[in-house]
Design a protein around this ligand. Structure first.
Ligand code: HEC
Ligand code: HEC
Ligand code: HEC
Ligand code: HEC
Ligand code: HEC
Length: 324
């Protein structure tokens, strides 16, 4: 039962709090989510400034000491796409303020401008959605956090069948430790007792990865991601002429691998719009670690459409067009 480190929100050792140690302060562009005082400052003033480096959150990052320890009032949340949305409770809206990512499909479109789909351009460069954009995933096509292809339709907010006790962040997670009470909540309706069991859940039908087996949504998404990576490598090798490789632990994630030996030759510099869109969705699906449970159908749609856009054969893969 003994944990060496506190849970993420209070983990003084983690990169999410230590990244700015050499800088002396947390700049305005990071401080809403990575300092103890940034969130209340944003809520009070609707603008952000540099904040002191923090050793993790304080209780007053989310609670108001002077107001009977209530939750900071946050009635609605602007997302990177410009959408303004609400989970209807202040607490969940605070979660969504930090767990929304830092980019959207619109950011990608703005960078692409009118460059042709397969044209290599210096004006392009990888756009990173950032980490744990869970709220954007739950709100799917309403938040537009993924790259949504023209002419395709996307699911909106996943309401978990209108179940009040499992559709918002704090109905599934503890606000403090982040843990999910699987046997005390999910087990009311699903035959699950661990997070591993949740990964095997399947309530919507479809053979998304086209392998002939309808496995748990988590595993279908993992296969789709592998296929998308392979399609990105094939496309970059055959159409662009320089193969791309991905390293989830090294900034800026996408590197050139011209001889295909799996060893990086430096950052990837020969982007086309088509590769950029796929890479954005690949990273999106990788960085919401709970994407399959936050809104699996939305993540599947994004990956499916990126595969199709790269010219992969998706004829055996079911796309969930209107699942809810
Ligand atoms: C002020 C910004 C902020 C708010 C508000 C916030 N989070 Fe986080 N959350 C973070 C950051 C930053 C991390 C990563 C911390 C780390 O890696 O040490 C994180 C990590 C997490 C994790 C992973 C936990 C772990 O131990 O690795 C979960 C789950 C989570 N948050 C859920 C929530 C929920 C639910 C809410 C709303 C009650 C919420 N967060 C509100 C910024 C925030
Ligand atoms: C909208 C909120 C938000 C903003 C703004 C934001 N981040 Fe984050 N960042 C997060 C969350 C949430 C996580 C935690 C993800 C997780 O649980 O692993 C995170 C994680 C990180 C991590 C830890 C990554 C790791 O591998 O553990 C670093 C470093 C980081 N962010 C850097 C930055 C920098 C630099 C900026 C400003 C330029 C910034 N962030 C702005 C929300 C944000
Ligand atoms: C990330 C935001 C956040 C931080 C930081 C935070 N809380 Fe909370 N807290 C919440 C939310 C949201 C609720 C509402 C409970 C719910 O809906 O799950 C809550 C509820 C509570 C409650 C009511 C009982 C319960 O557990 O539901 C207590 C007591 C509490 N918090 C104490 C603290 C203390 C003490 C700290 C500092 C050590 C702290 N909180 C830090 C978000 C936060
Ligand atoms: C239906 C229940 C449910 C809802 C609603 C939900 N989550 Fe999750 N979330 C989970 C589960 C279960 C996992 C663990 C997935 C796994 O590891 O396979 C998870 C994973 C995460 C992670 C990654 C944790 C880690 O250790 O890396 C973060 C961060 C997170 N959720 C934040 C949120 C936020 C913020 C919200 C609201 C916007 C939210 N979640 C809503 C069930 C839920
Ligand atoms: C009150 C009943 C109820 C509770 C409690 C509940 N669920 Fe569900 N869940 C459902 C129903 C019904 C569906 C299918 C319809 C839908 O998704 O809206 C579903 C669907 C799901 C799916 C989608 C499966 C797929 O095919 O991809 C996941 C994942 C899930 N639930 C996880 C959870 C987790 C995690 C918890 C606990 C935090 C939980 N559920 C609690 C009723 C519930």
């Amino acid at each position: 039962m003994i944990h060496r480190n506190d849970p993420g929100h209070f983990d003084v050792t983690s990169g999410a709090w230590r990244h700015w140690d050499e800088d002396g302060a947390v700049p305005a562009s990071c401080s809403t989510c990575h300092s103890a005082d940034g969130l209340p400052f944003l809520v009070a003033h609707d603008v952000q400034i540099e904040q002191e480096i923090a050793s993790g959150m304080k209780c007053t990052t989310c609670h108001v000491a002077e107001d009977d320890f209530g939750i900071l009032v946050r009635e609605e949340v602007p997302f990177p796409s410009g959408a303004v949305l609400s989970f209807t409770t202040d607490g969940d809206n605070l979660c969504a303020t930090c767990h929304q990512g830092r980019a959207s499909g619109m950011t990608v479109d703005r960078r692409i401008g009118d460059i042709d789909d397969d044209m290599i351009s210096d004006a392009l460069g990888f756009i990173n959605v950032h980490y744990a954009p869970s709220a954007a995933t739950i709100m799917g096509g309403d938040a537009m956090g993924g790259y949504e292809y023209a002419g395709m339709t996307y699911v909106g907010t996943w309401g978990h069948d209108d179940y009040d006790n499992a559709a918002s962040c704090t109905s599934c997670h503890s606000a403090h430790s982040g843990t999910v009470n699987v046997s005390g909540n999910c087990a009311d309706c699903h035959d699950v007792s661990t997070v591993e069991d949740i990964r095997s859940l399947r309530e919507y039908s479809g053979d998304y990865d086209g392998d002939g087996v309808e496995s748990g949504t988590y595993y279908e998404i993992a296969n789709l991601k592998d296929m998308l990576y392979e399609a990105m490598q094939t496309y970059s090798r055959d159409v662009i002429g320089t193969m791309v490789m991905y390293d989830s632990h090294a900034y800026p994630y996408f590197f050139a691998d011209p001889d295909g030996d799996g060893v990086s030759d430096g950052r990837y510099a020969t982007w086309t719009p088509r590769l950029l869109r796929a890479a954005y969705n690949y990273q999106y699906a990788s960085k919401d670690y709970g994407g399959y449970v936050h809104n699996g159908q939305y993540v599947i749609q994004l990956l499916h459409d990126s595969l199709a856009d790269l010219g992969a054969d998706v004829s055996a893969m079911d796309r969930p067009d209107d699942p809810f």
